[in-house]
Design a protein around this ligand. Structure first.
Ligand code: ADP
Ligand code: MG
Length: 557
């Protein structure tokens, strides 16, 4: 007797499927891209596993992806001879979304169809895209090296079943029972067109079945994109490859395609995304560059390949010098990997510097998304400190847009010797700080430091272009030497009898406050930095910045 097990989708998947299935999504043809992309990943995975366990390839070392359709039965089938899945993998992989940030993402879904569809477009729903066109999906899969196959069936409405099945060889076959309104996809020209558009770069042959001598017919170029000449590749192809390797759905902001030849030889196709991924600051977030050796996928978990302050990079590095049977452990502290890494960092920083200068507008959108990560590089990779500091952009009290440190310095007031900043959680709150009043009165620009990482890189560099970075919440900021923007007649005339009286009263007040506050403050001082607030809190020079102190307290340090 066959045992059919019933499982429920993870709650997030259920919600996602609801939206996917009902959305009038104009680009629903991407379901095929997603399923082909998964098939290709499965081939890559098995090819890697077979490096150490060649028996897994019994039954054929050539990988391919087969498509077929049946107009009468209204089915479309995608089949691959990649890794396949065990029963547990079927249940886990096709019932949940393991990607970090998922629940965060799902919680952003509003129920408003238009908004949600565009969000999904950015997040990507992978396998579940099948339910945009199908009202029932069957998956039969057999893991390489195992004898049994399993069938997964679902109508995408909350649950799915799993039962034993049969399959001649390893791999996965996905059969889509197409919805009435999705019959358009049961056509060879349409399928061929979709494959050409989205999956041409997939490095395995994608073939379509049919009757006659021409079949099966190969639909894609099946050459790894990074091995091809730049001149043969158009923007659309670069973009689709980005979607495939990154598993993200924004467009790349920058594309670096290069070949390094010399002491070591490698090719790279590296992307800088446009959108900040949901998990950029997640502590477990690892860099995700894919490492290939002579076109064989090895791993996307080689942490030494790229410093963590470039963890937003996506794409492929293909080395000629590493041995094919390199294990993931051998990649640690590997000199070839270290050389690739330093070459890659140079290239990326160079590209960013170029863009910062030539495309200042789009550069600030890049900075907005990834600047806080890049700032980590200032203390983690001192050899790139100077270049990275030039790449930094800040919001400030004096401007609408972003300002670089160089521009700040160029606009400093006569007599101003330091670069002033104020740090805290958000710009809005900071902009109302009484500590800023004296600076505002003199028209002195103050930079807002609102990223937690600011508390680490600032003390580690201390200065830019010979100008110290100074927090306005420190006690010592002496503004009297700086020629401000205030008008002559507003300047204080110290000789006036009125002022003398005022000074005496203030001195008396300070003494009284010192007595009243006792040990709860270190000192009470008269200040020239306030213009409308009666008082403010400051930290002593040489002591911890107030915001840092608060951050550390929060973390009980
Ligand atoms: P992603 O590709 O981003 O991981 P998907 O939703 O597209 O997310 O796929 C979920 C998971 O299901 C994949 O990570 C993979 O483990 C598994 N999977 C999907 N299709 C296949 C397939 N054809 N062969 C083997 N595993 C697959
Ligand atoms: Mg996928």
């Amino acid at each position: 007797a066959t045992k059919t097990e019933k499982h429920s989708f993870q709650a997030e998947v259920g919600r996602l499927l609801d939206i996917v299935a009902n959305a009038l999504y104009s680009e629903r043809e991407i379901f095929l891209r997603e399923l082909i992309s998964n098939a290709a990943d499965a081939c890559d995975r098995l090819r890697y596993q077979a490096l150490t366990e060649p028996a897994l390839l019994d039954g054929g070392a050539e990988f391919q992806i087969d498509l077929s359709f049946d107009e009468d039965a209204k089915t479309l089938t995608i089949s691959d001879n990649g890794s396949g899945m065990t029963k547990e993998e079927l249940v886990g992989n096709l019932g949940t979304i393991a990607r970090s940030g998922t629940s965060n993402f799902v919680s952003q879904l509003s129920g408003d169809e238009k908004k949600d569809v565009s969000l999904i477009g950015q997040f990507g729903v992978g396998f579940y895209a099948a339910f945009m066109v199908a009202d029932k999906v069957d998956v039969i899969s057999r893991r390489a090296g195992e004898d049994t196959a399993w069938q997964w069936i679902s109508d995408g409405k909350g649950d799915f079943t799993v039962e034993p099945a049969s399959r001649d060889a390893r791999g996965t076959t996905i059969t889509l029972h197409m919805k009435e309104d999705a019959a358009e996809f049961l056509s060879e020209p349409r399928i061929a067109n979709i494959v050409k558009t989205y999956s041409d770069h997939i490095p395995f042959p994608i073939k379509i079945a049919g009757e006659g001598e021409d079949y099966p017919k190969q639909l894609n170029a099946a050459a790894a994109l990074w091995t091809r000449n730049k001149s043969e590749i158009d923007e659309q192809q670069y973009k689709e490859f980005y979607h495939h390797v990154s598993h993200s759905f924004d467009d790349p902001w920058a594309t670096l395609h290069f070949r390094a030849e010399g002491v070591i030889e490698y090719a790279g196709l590296i992307y800088i995304p446009t959108m900040r991924p949901f998990d950029l600051f997640h502590p477990d977030r690892k860099s995700k560059l894919k490492l290939y050796v002579k076109r064989v996928f090895i791993t996307d978990e080689c942490e030494d390949l790229v410093p963590s302050w470039l963890r937003f990079l996506r794409g492929v590095i293909d080395s000629q010098d590493l041995p094919l049977n390199v294990s993931r452990e051998m990649l640690q502290n590997n000199p070839v990997v270290a050389k690739i890494r330093s070459g890659l960092v140079k290239r990326v920083v160079g590209e960013l510097s170029k863009k910062a200068e030539k495309e200042a507008d789009t550069y600030t959108t890049f900075w907005d998304a990834f600047g806080p990560v890049l700032k980590e590089g200032v203390y983690e990779s001192p050899e790139h400190r100077d270049e990275l500091m030039k790449l930094m952009r800040f919001k400030s009290t004096s401007r609408e847009g972003w300002v670089s440190l160089a521009d700040y310095v160029a606009d400093m007031k006569e007599g101003q010797e330091a670069i002033y900043y104020i740090s805290g959680d958000d710009q809005d709150t900071l902009s109302r700080s009484p500590q800023l009043e004296g600076f505002a009165a003199k028209g002195i620009e103050v930079l807002y430091m609102t990223d937690p990482v600011d508390e680490f890189w600032i003390p580690s560099v201390g200065e830019f272009d010979g100008k110290a970075l100074k927090s306005v919440t420190r006690g010592g900021a002496d503004l009297s030497k700086i020629k401000g923007a205030e008008k002559e007649d507003e300047k204080k005339d110290d000789d006036s009898a009125d002022d003398k009286a005022a000074t005496e009263t203030v001195d008396a007040l300070v003494t009284a406050l010192r007595e009243a506050l006792g040990d709860s403050v270190k000192d009470v001082r008269k200040s020239d930095r306030l213009t409308s607030s009666p008082c403010c809190l400051v930290a002593d020079d040489g002591e911890m910045d107030m915001h840092l102190e608060r951050l550390l307290k929060q973390h009980k340090q």
